[in-house]
Design a protein around this ligand. Structure first.
Ligand code: GDG
Length: 492
């Protein structure tokens, strides 16, 4: 593939994900507007499906979505180009509650992040998860043939692969990428009918994780909970029945070029406007945090470290401001609402303790930022602090690096997948060790500019070399390898 060309899938793609690439909504004048993807995987994958032709299957939601789709739930996208089919799966409210807010996010999410005390399992949620996986699988089967590459995304669709592979021709390749961590066997044990989930995933020809440690824990779980499966540790291939699943680690990257470009296009006045809006001092040193409001992201731990920094390193008082952007998410789930309250009240408490008439140490906002505002924040901040207790990869940290065109420093938790790939040029912290966490923030902010620049230059090189397109190429290479191996087996 030439530089700048769209990655090419090794077949007609049938992508399946919980969230859809295009959402239709009624505008103020009552006309229908379409909301196109702006960042992350969806935005990156859209042109790839466009050029391979094919289908994207996802949960369709709302009246406008229904109005534009045909009787089968199909609509041609992208608008104006109409190069592939968006197949919407309609889910009644009870299904969304059970499959999405229930089994996916009250059971699988906490278990995969090893927060077993937050599991909230309602037996009917498991049935809804099965039911919705069946709906997705049926839709996939409708669109897939010998030439197709089925590519499922994430933990919402853990049972669908086996349902699909039973029904499609043997030549069809079924692959999946699991975006969150895979837990150790001790935590996995808490998954109700865990073996069924493992067998669901073994319906894939290829199963991808971000990093090797998740591949290893997945293979551990297969060995422990799926009797009869043959795990080859050397090749990371699992044999089961007539099938074979190759398990690989391919760390996901970000569209580094577009963050770099957007960031260069931001001018200082945009940053000045943000500073005015949030009442930031003109000359302060600024560190930022950008996260979904999720208990895995270690936001209270980060606030504790900021408090410690201000208590133990008093020269930062009046000189340093921490800006935390929290994006409310899954607010139907009590643990998420509790976290929101905890974060807001901790911010208020710390601001009360250290703030003065003209200085607020922590600025907290839940407003949604445009990509431009996000880039202004990334570019002009002196450091970013990312402190998850466990995180599959963490894209925000890589976006920050890509947008840091005039330098900066990344303070990153040792428990994020991103640490395994970004290596020693980040300022690594243990989010639970408040003292050393604070000391590392101090170190990152006060390191000589030459050291900060050298580290950031190396991080940028890595993030540009391992960007989103690189990740897709690697997935597609692995898929092509599965197809060739399959053809060899069938031929011999
Ligand atoms: C899961 C895994 C893995 C946030 N606020 C705004 C905004 N965002 C965007 C960021 C970033 C995305 O949301 C968050 O991605 P992360 O990777 O940091 O975290 P999760 O949402 O938990 O993602 C994670 C990922 O899947 C991919 O495999 O890395 O480990 O948990 O892109 O920029 N974007 C805009 N305004 C905001 O206010 N525009």
């Amino acid at each position: 593939r030439e530089d700048g060309e769209t990655p090419r899938a090794p077949g007609r793609l049938v992508v399946a994900s919980n969230r859809q690439p295009y959402r239709h909504e009624y505008g103020e004048d009552g006309g229908i507007e379409v909301d196109a993807p702006t960042g992350g995987l969806t935005a990156g994958l859209d042109p790839v499906v466009s050029s391979s032709g094919g289908t994207w299957i996802a949960w369709g939601d709302g009246e406008a979505d229904r109005e534009v789709a045909d009787d089968e739930g199909r609509v041609a996208v992208p608008p104006g180009e109409e190069s592939y089919t968006l197949q919407r799966v309609w889910l009644p409210e009870a299904a969304v509650e059970g499959y999405y807010y229930g089994f996916s996010n009250r059971v699988l999410w906490p278990i995969c992040h090893e927060f077993v005390d937050l599991i909230d399992h309602r037996p009917e949620d498991r049935d809804w998860y099965r039911h919705v996986n069946r709906e997705f699988a049926d839709a996939i089967v409708d669109h897939a043939d010998e030439e197709s590459v089925v590519w499922l995304q994430d933990y919402h669709l853990g049972l669908a692969p086996a349902m699909v592979s039973e029904a499609v021709p043997p030549e069809t390749t079924v692959a999946q990428f699991w975006h969150i961590p895979w837990p150790r066997a001790g935590a996995f044990r808490a998954v109700p009918d865990g073996r069924e989930l493992l067998e669901g995933l073994l319906g894939n020809d290829l199963l991808g994780f971000h990093v090797e440690s998740y591949v290893a824990t997945f293979l551990d779980c297969v060995e422990e909970f799926v009797p009869g499966a043959a795990v080859d540790r050397e090749t990371a291939i699992v044999g089961h029945g007539d099938g074979e699943t190759r398990v690989v680690a391919t760390p996901m990257g970000v569209d580094a070029e577009s963050y770099d470009e957007r960031s260069r296009a931001v001018d200082r006045s945009q940053w000045e406007r943000l500073k005015e809006r949030y009442d930031l001092p003109t000359e302060a040193t600024v560190a930022v945090g950008v996260d979904r409001l999720d208990y895995t992201k270690g936001i209270p731990e980060r606030l504790a470290a900021i408090e410690e920094l201000l208590a133990e390193y008093p020269r930062w008082r009046g000189e340093f401001t921490f800006v935390q952007k929290g994006t409310p998410s899954r607010t139907d789930i009590p643990a998420y609402r509790d976290l929101g309250e905890q974060v807001r009240s901790e911010v208020a408490r710390i601001n009360d303790r250290f703030g003065t008439d003209d200085w607020r140490p922590i600025v907290y906002t839940e407003e949604f930022f445009s990509q431009e505002e996000l880039c202004a924040l990334y570019r002009y901040a002196d450091a970013m602090i990312v402190s998850p207790l466990l995180d599959g990869m963490n894209l925000v940290s890589q976006e920050y690096v890509a947008a840091s065109v005039d330098g900066g420093a990344l303070v990153l938790s040792e428990r994020a997948g991103a640490t395994e790939v970004l290596g020693e040029d980040v300022y690594t912290i243990d989010p639970a060790a408040t003292d050393s966490f604070a000391a590392t923030i101090d170190e990152a902010l006060s390191a000589p500019e030459a050291e900060r620049t050298a580290r950031m230059d190396r991080l940028r090189e890595h993030v540009f070399d391992h960007d989103l397109e690189w990740w897709m190429d690697r997935q597609f290479d692995e898929i092509a390898r599965c197809r060739n191996d399959g053809a060899d087996r069938d031929g011999g």
